[in-house]
Design a protein around this ligand. Sequence first.
Ligand SMILES: NC(=O)c1ccc[n+]([C@@H]2O[C@H](COP(=O)([O-])OP(=O)(O)OC[C@H]3O[C@@H](n4cnc5c(N)ncnc54)[C@H](O)[C@@H]3O)[C@@H](O)[C@H]2O)c1
Length: 443
Amino acid sequence: MNTKRRNFIKTSAAVVAGAAVITPNILFGKDDRKVRMAFIGLGGRGRSHLKRCLERDDVDVKAICDIDPKAIEITRKMLKDAGYKNLPEYTDGELAFMKMLEQGDIDGVIIATPWVWHTKMACAAMRAGIYAGVEVSAANTLEECWDLVNTHEETGVPCMILENVNYRRDVMAVLNMVRQGIFGELIHLECGYQHNLRGVKFDPGAEFGEGANGEARWRTQHSINRNGDVYPTHGLGPVSSMININSGNRLMSLTSTASKARGLHDYIVKTGGEDHPNAKIKFKLGDVITTVIKTANDETITVQLDTNLPRPYSLGFRVQGTEGLWMDVNESIYLDGKSPNHQWEPAAAYLEKYDHPLWKKYGAKAEGAGHGGMDFFVDHAFVESIKRKVNTPLDAYDAAAWSSIAPLSEMSIAHGSEPIEIPDFTRGMWMKRTPKFALNDEY
Ligand SMILES: NC(=O)c1ccc[n+]([C@@H]2O[C@H](COP(=O)([O-])OP(=O)(O)OC[C@H]3O[C@@H](n4cnc5c(N)ncnc54)[C@H](O)[C@@H]3O)[C@@H](O)[C@H]2O)c1
């Protein structure tokens, strides 16, 4: 049997058993050694991961990589302030990260680059025997989703999708309630990414592309070329953990529908005037994309992408079972036989009572970390998994299944909201895999 095949079987067996995946390529010294971390992409998001790693005493930063001299300059200052001197910097072109991965003393890499780079970089890291921590979404095409899974299986090296919303405090408390059966058997879930990103897609003013700022340099182009839920994981990650997707359940099929596209054009006209050259652009991305997913255990999930219209931020969670439901938009819970008849109750007392053990233990430490503290936990889980040499709690199969909603919703929309099958990225292992996300108060 060839080595690749042997590694595959070893990994599969370990994952099926829910056991630790010992990665043969990753050689550690003493167990108490710090985790040696590197970073690809040091824009806003990459630097926030770096900041949290610099705050930890169990992480040693080994290298940084970015192609933007400004990003490198700001990062260099952060590192200097934290006591680092002359850290290797990889800046020479879009493939400079490949050189960095050969450096030889890196255990884990955090990837926070534009979407089109995520899979390439994550796979290159796994091939170099380095834990890959990849920002969301992890992949843009079905082929990339399979690349993540196949590379993970061939190398035995973990790949964590850095989905921070899985660690949001209310989401974790609700997960705890779900696991204790408080909502009964789950029937229907709703989620999404509902966030007015117009000021992100155009910055400054009505500008995007080269010469613009931050994500306006690359994210906006996806709204011109693609019509689908191009950013599904902030909603889908959390609800997937509640219904054990890839561990006893799986995403089976979807239909997706797009509204008309007006919001981005309106914003250009409002900020740049009707004669602004960008006012001529035809945006493909519908303003509100609605995807309905069916699971193997017959739950339904509605996922919405709504980033082009003026609106307050909301991920629009609803978790509904035979005994009641939680919704985040009105911060309320209803439980049959407990809540006043047909009346919502404020969720706060329940969320406090069922606060997840991880938050109870680390809540104080997480204070001040990004996005209400949840960002602490996603980096914590990545670092702790590396220290323990185990698979990450969100893994390559999660990365593939959740990210696949982007290309599959594009396909459905392109074919008149046709139902589309969602591939089984576990190749049947979902039937035997057991949940591994947030099972204890460690990570
Ligand atoms: N989980 C979250 O809450 C969250 C929040 C913000 C952003 N994100 C995700 O993080 C990623 C980065 O977002 P951002 O806001 O920091 O974007 P950004 O545009 O500010 O930063 C991206 C950085 O990657 C660098 N880069 C581009 N190509 C590169 C290459 N080939 N090699 C090395 N560096 C390269 C750019 O120069 C830039 O500095 C995106 O995928 C985004 O979706 C996630």
